[in-house]
Design a protein around this ligand. Structure first.
Ligand SMILES: Cc1cc2nc3c(=O)[nH]c(=O)nc-3n(C[C@H](O)[C@H](O)[C@H](O)COP(=O)(O)OP(=O)(O)OC[C@H]3O[C@@H](n4cnc5c(N)ncnc54)[C@H](O)[C@@H]3O)c2cc1C
Length: 375
């Protein structure tokens, strides 16, 4: 693949840059109040959608523009370059709906997901089922034309702000554990759904635990066939893991420049260990960039993402965590005492990157299987 822009892509990039320069809300990254920050992200989603920038590679009949995934990558990159608010993550839940939904479900659920009218969360993990997701215990019992759901989900990110949930529950307790699970599209406002935010070390309540007590879900909100939940979950996490997320690279480079500036301000740039650490951080970013480009070229050639997304997830977690660790080394006590408190929060935010979407160890297991290594 030739990674340079075609004339059409270059024209798109230029008009996008111009639009972003005017549209990015000033000071968005200085908002301290969490609810205000969530409101801003939802509004940003709608603004992007109105301008035609959400779901560009999706088919037109479901609210997309039918363009090549390269356009999504350009959007990612330019948003990262210009420090725009985070892009809405419509991709992975949307792809699961897109792949397994009935025509009627697609028409009902995909347009509001793309436009930002409805936000979604992912109800997979439970207190006793994370890496071993197939052990999940939440049940969905068929009762006439409804399923009745009971159980507890854990680490449901954004659960407290979401309108809908892609939920996994056990519908057949007698089937082998991977085969007895089904997937559901459930409104978070149904009676019996209780969501409790979890504040993580960064101080943000970015995730939650959700209790499901006799929640009734119409049968036509089951996604896929009964027992197809495991396959749906694997499709979802594959799209979640394979970033082709060029936006991360742009953000990473910006952070690396800031870390370099910290080293310069503190007179540490001449230290061989600082220089080595900065060089390693640069190389990690480049390796990840090349991996993203390779994934993008596979996607452009029509190949759905596969287990190689695990490689990207590992590289991403390693790059992010090492860079934040380096910032902490350079800032020393200042990061702890509040002089550079933003960095401490970023450091804590980087820690779970190697856990969510499947832990680093699980990604390594997947890669080992892909390489046919002994178990
Ligand atoms: C901030 C955050 C956000 C999250 N958001 C969501 C979300 O929105 N929706 C959702 O459903 N889940 C979410 N998760 C859950 C996440 O997917 C799980 O935390 C993750 O899969 C690990 O599961 P666990 O926490 O139960 O740890 P465990 O599975 O108990 O693992 C504990 C440790 O043992 C290791 N381990 C376990 N099994 C193996 C094995 N077979 N081989 C080698 N090592 C192993 C793990 O790598 C880990 O280090 C989120 C988690 C976090 C921290």
């Amino acid at each position: 693949m030739d990674y340079r822009d075609t004339p059409e892509e270059a024209e798109f990039r230029a008009s996008l840059r111009e639009w972003l320069a005017a549209a990015i809300p000033a000071g968005w990254d200085k908002i301290d109040d969490e609810e205000a920050a969530v409101r801003l992200r939802k509004e940003w989603h709608r603004t992007l959608y109105r301008a035609g920038y959400v779901g560009m590679s999706w088919p037109e009949e479901y609210g997309g523009r039918g363009l090549s995934p390269v356009y999504d990558a350009i959007l990612n990159e330019e948003c990262g370059n210009l420090n725009a608010p985070p892009l809405p993550s419509v991709g992975y839940i949307g792809r699961a709906v897109f792949t397994y939904a009935t025509e009627e479900q697609k028409r009902r659920f995909l347009p509001p997901l793309l436009s930002g009218e409805a936000s979604w969360c992912q109800g997979f993990s439970e207190p006793e089922a994370g890496s071993d997701l197939a052990s999940l215990r939440t049940t969905a019992r068929l009762d006439g034309d409804h399923y009745v759901v009971n159980g507890q989900k854990m680490w449901t990110s954004g659960g407290q702000y979401a309108d809908w949930c892609l939920l996994l529950a056990r519908t057949d307790p007698d089937a082998p554990k991977h085969k007895g699970i089904s997937a559901f599209l459930v409104s978070m406002t149904e009676p019996g759904v209780t969501c409790r935010p979890i504040v993580i070390a960064s101080g943000e309540a970015e995730t939650s635990e959700v209790f499901w007590d006799d929640v009734r879900i119409p049968v036509d909100q089951r996604l896929g066939a009964p027992g197809e939940g495991w396959r749906i979950a694997m499709t979802t996490v594959t799209y979640e893991r394979g970033p082709a997320d060029i936006g991360f690279i742009a953000n990473y480079r910006r952070t690396l420049r800031k870390v370099e500036a910290i080293a310069a301000e503190r007179g540490l740039l001449d230290r061989p260990e600082t220089r080595k650490a900065l060089a390693r951080a640069y190389v990690r970013g480049e390796v990840l960039r090349l991996n993203c480009m390779e994934q993008l070229s596979l996607r452009v050639s029509g190949r759905p993402p596969g287990p190689e997304g695990s490689v990207a997830k590992l590289l991403w977690a390693d790059a992010e965590q090492s860079l934040q660790h380096l910032a902490m080394d350079l800032l020393g006590a200042d990061e702890m005492t509040g002089v550079a408190a933003d960095w401490l929060s970023s450091y804590f935010t980087s820690r779970p990157v190697s856990v969510y979407g499947g832990s680093a160890q699980i990604q390594k297991n997947i890669i080992a299987r892909m390489l046919d290594m002994p178990r």
